[in-house]
Design a protein around this ligand. Structure first.
Ligand SMILES: [Fe+2]
Length: 446
């Protein structure tokens, strides 16, 4: 495992190194226009102490909150309980107040609902109760997004590729951070071989009842996309359309997603906007993403006022030419679709869209990469690879020894913790291992 090194990495004009005990080099000159750090999030009250008794049999899969906005959130639960009550609590200066009590119909597929009328940048806690009003699930805390025009430091996490190594200890350390949100980059389940909705639900029930993910879902909201193993290894919508329908239903039951397409944008005021891609479900006619998804991504990036634009990408866009990975499975990633890859990278470069960082999983190692070697359209762009949280570790990372192109590269279970400061334009990135310690870290100026 590499020594922890903290680096300051600028998106252009090369790279400056910063040791953990030394002074930064290559930082912008101090002066009257020196960036001013944004405020941190306001402190939250102690966790809400839910009355009643935790029923860890009926509610063994906890509950999930997803896709929060400044005034809304999606909530779901997987339980066989037929009738439920959702209790929603909101933070106040002197503690928690009850906001609402909503009857909800449960059943085999569980229940899912959309909350609205919430206050921006505010901590909430939700909890489902059984009809007797005493048995309940473990409550989930979440925080609503910043409203338009607002900015503060936003902290969030990301990981991918779970599978073995239960109970996914790195996620329990993420849970302790009470992050603003957490991104699941795909391969949350390895459901290869499943065919029906019932088959797929078994995999999701196992995942949602695993300790690390349960703790995470109690601590913050999710932003999820899928990769291949939510359906089957390297699946294609052109050949696996039938099982994909069943897989998509189970995926959407388990992880609450707002709206219809998986590709969507989620904004945290003027600080961070997430552009969540569907890199698997629209591969048709030689395209990696549909023309509609590509047009949406370009329009949304160009229109975004957010200081940081994080493209949530289940499979890396980094070009590995000249490395040990070279064309390794490149028909499964952007590199094997050079026209669309060039189109999006050249668009970002030519439109001078600032603050873009690519975020991916899939490769089963931690990495910070320049998206392109020198001369490529993505030479100034960075990509962060997060995870695996539990699936196998890919030893090929040991061969990525070009520290200019790959300043961080290691093989260990991890989640990535981001701290995005819109005031200074710095994105701090830390890869956190199964023991809760930082494996490696970097600071990106984008
Ligand atoms: Fe994976």
């Amino acid at each position: 495992m590499p020594l922890t090194r903290r680096r300051l990495l600028q998106s252009s004009a090369g790279l400056a190194l910063l040791s953990s005990c030394g002074a930064p080099t290559g930082t912008p000159d101090s002066g009257p226009d020196e960036p001013v750090p944004s405020p941190a999030r306001s402190p939250e009250p102690s966790p809400w102490s839910a009355p009643g008794t935790l029923d860890d049999v009926a509610f063994d899969r906890g509950m999930q909150v997803g896709d929060v906005g400044p005034s809304g959130a999606m909530i779901s639960i997987r339980t066989a309980e037929p009738a439920l009550t959702l209790v929603l609590m909101r933070e106040e200066a002197d503690g928690w107040i009850e906001v609402s009590r909503t009857p909800v119909t449960g059943g085999d597929g569980g229940a899912q609902l959309a909350l609205d009328g919430l206050e921006p940048d505010t901590a909430y806690t939700a909890c489902f109760y059984a009809p007797d009003d005493t048995r309940r699930c473990a409550p989930s805390r979440f925080r609503t997004a910043l409203e338009e025009g607002a900015a503060r430091i936003v902290t969030f996490g990301a990981s991918s590729c779970f599978g073995g190594n239960r109970p996914w200890p790195t996620l329990s350390f993420a849970a302790a951070e009470q992050l603003d949100f957490f991104v699941l980059l795909g391969d949350t389940v390895y459901a290869d071989g499943a065919e029906t909705v019932a088959d797929y639900r078994v995999f999701w029930d196992e995942a949602l009842s695993t300790g690390g993910l349960r703790a995470l879902c109690s601590s913050t909201s999710l932003v999820a996309t899928w990769d291949d193993h939510e359906v089957g290894n390297d699946w294609s919508p052109e050949t696996d359309a039938v099982i994909a329908v069943a897989a998509l239903q189970a995926f959407r039951e388990a992880l609450p997603i707002a709206g219809e397409p998986i590709w969507r944008a989620l904004r945290w005021g003027d600080a961070v906007e997430l552009f969540v891609l569907d890199c698997r479900g629209e591969r048709r006619d030689g395209d990696y993403v549909s023309p509609e998804q590509m047009a949406w991504l370009q329009d949304a990036l160009a229109a975004s006022p957010a200081r940081f634009k994080i493209i949530v990408n289940s499979v890396p866009i980094t070009h590995f030419a000249g490395t040990a990975l070279s064309d390794y499975f490149d028909d499964q990633r952007w590199q094997g679709f050079p026209a669309q890859r060039e189109e999006i990278l050249a668009f970002i470069r030519d439109q001078e869209i600032g603050g873009v960082v690519w975020l991916a999983g899939d490769f089963h190692f931690g990495l910070l990469a320049r998206v392109d070697p020198a001369g490529g359209a993505g030479e100034d762009a960075w990509e962060v690879l997060a995870g695996p949280g539990g699936s196998f570790l890919n030893p090929i990372v040991e061969l990525l020894d070009d520290t200019d192109r790959f300043p961080v590269a290691f093989g260990a279970f991890n989640y990535v913790r981001f701290s995005a400061d819109p005031g200074t334009g710095t994105l701090s990135v830390a890869w956190i291992g199964d023991d809760g310690a930082i494996i490696d870290e970097a600071v990106l100026e984008v």
